[in-house]
Design a protein. Sequence first.
Length: 399
Amino acid sequence: MIIREKYLAKIRPFYEQDLIKVIMGIRRCGKSVLLLQIIDELKEKGIDQKQIIYINFENEEYNFIRNDIDLHNYIKERIVNKEKYYLFFDEIQNVKDWEKAINSFKASKNVSIFITGSNSDLLSGELATHLAGRYVSFKIYPLTFSEVCELKNIKDEKEIEDAFNDYITWGGMPQRFVLTDEEQTKTYLSDIYDSIVLKDIIARFGIKDLDLFNRIVEYIVTTPSQNFSAESLSNYFKNKDNREVSKITLYNYLEYMTKAMLINKADRYDIRGKRILNGKYKYYLTDLGLGQVKNIGKRPQLGAYLENIVYNELVSRGYDVKIGNLEKAEIDFIATKFEEKIYVQVAYILADENVVDREFGAYKYVEDNYPKYVLTMDKYNFSQEGIIHKNVIDWLLGK
């Protein structure tokens, strides 16, 4: 596995601090490997293995640790001196009331604590009450395309194009790159999908109508990069299945999928009015491969897939990403990071003048001088009037 330096660089300054390091991400995106890379760095700094305690709560070996008391007692027995201990708790959401134990360790022991979890409300509710202001959080994503090329040591142009065709189909879940054929990849990604749906959503939120939920989640994951509202989804199921689905149910299901990090929600932003528009959002798959396992036999939506990849790349680079709304146009992405802002339009190819006019023309309604990009698969440079056109693969590789 490659060293995921862009994440390590953010976490490294906190290794010795007593702030709790919270690492979040969808199942199997590489959180456990990242913890092991942190442990390796600590050992290289001279930290004794005896001062490092690592528990993966997905491992049956630790299924006796069911709540905060079990966790507290287990760790208390293993802290045998006053030297600093480094505690690593992987998939800690499996332990009931875990935050109480973590708070106790922080208050009473000489420790540096690292935790991972696979749901986005790990930092809400009780944790916010017990640990407010005492943690730093980091979100981890599946491999970006540049990381895939690094992992596979791909540099040749033809190999890069082949790798991208594979990536736009099967995504960037790290473990899939050690598999040898497409059938193994399908099976592996199907298992991840089922784990997320069953463990992180259905069991966690006590969903009763499994048929309806499965229909909704399958519809969402097989139509990425689309505008959704509870009203539009309700009408879809009414027209298709003659089935009444309440808006509150749809909102809840979408929220559950977002909390499990299966999908990410992008708000719509009124560029002129400078405000968030409530009620209409776009949803993007955290990993395209998880949609592909449910999309077998359907026509590929290459433009939508490309938009999804660009969204994931932007958030992995640390941008806050919103959909730009104008009276006569839509900007695919407004990406901000501190004082930096960029606008991004995405299209599969600039097939004719109408497409060129649509993608570049949207910017004529944007009245500021922040950088504006159009990303496509075209190799010819269509840059014009200060708007930068780039081949999307080159952009993903930082060229």
